[in-house]
Design a protein around this ligand. Sequence first.
Ligand code: ATP
Ligand code: MG
Length: 275
Amino acid sequence: MVGGVTLRGVSKTFKRESSELVHALDNINLDIAPGEFVTFIGASGCGKSTLLRIIAGLTEPDSGDVRTDDEPVTGPSPDRGFAFQDHTLFPWLNVRQNIAFGLKNQPTERLATLRGGKLTPKEVKAQITSDVEDWIELVGLKGFEKVFPHELSGGMCQRASLARALAAHPKVMMLDEPLGALDAFTRMNIQDEILRIWQARETTMIMVTHDVDEAVYMSDRVVVLSARPGRIQEIIPITLARPRARSDGDFSLLRAKILDILQFGGIRQTPDYYL
Ligand SMILES: Nc1ncnc2c1ncn2[C@@H]1O[C@H](COP(=O)(O)OP(=O)(O)OP(=O)(O)O)[C@@H](O)[C@H]1O
Ligand SMILES: [Mg+2]
């Protein structure tokens, strides 16, 4: 199986326009197994998005080593998909064209290998067309194929951008708060869809969320990052059998444990005033 990720001593400091230095990440060491589902959770600004961008090859770390399947990450690759936090769809493309973008802009040879290398270029094209329609259906955007991003709700944009990223069949998929703009019911449905795709494709999933329930429901391991500079504070393995029940006693215990750790990470701060 492919899609392993290794992080060794990864640190990153940004220089703001005011010349102020922001120490975003400090000495991150982590091994993510091929096919694993790992979630990062931590206070706002602790470097979660930066870490995903580093793994995706979109941001260069100041120091440290980042590898996927033992290959150093030197830039973006279609094998490493990314759904951004701010669900950036291309404004000049409609929903169907946006979702198709990830599939179409790849070397034909790579697309053919996705189906066991048995397809002719013509068959690959037909497959793309049918895959795109499947994705539109899957994320509930049927009837909105020709609609442009500015005419969609935030949740719809988020679903379209998730479909665009997953449709490209990456080996490692990075999801940066992919469901943040969704209502609770849609969110639970899409969580199940992501899990279904993850299991069917054996893709490695690396997700950022602020939702502890979502982390426990979906992950093999939850990585809690400390407040800036982001350091790995604790890694919690979630060994509950799948599919998971959110009302389960062990589920609640894990949720409580993570919330407890986050309290020390600075999310819930002691108020400095009293009524
Ligand atoms: N390009 C940049 N230039 C300067 N500072 C940056 C840049 N990108 C991120 N930062 C800073 O690095 C820190 C970490 O940012 P990052 O976006 O990784 O946090 P985050 O954990 O994803 O936060 P959130 O939960 O709010 O999305 C922040 O203080 C942010 O202001
Ligand atoms: Mg972020």
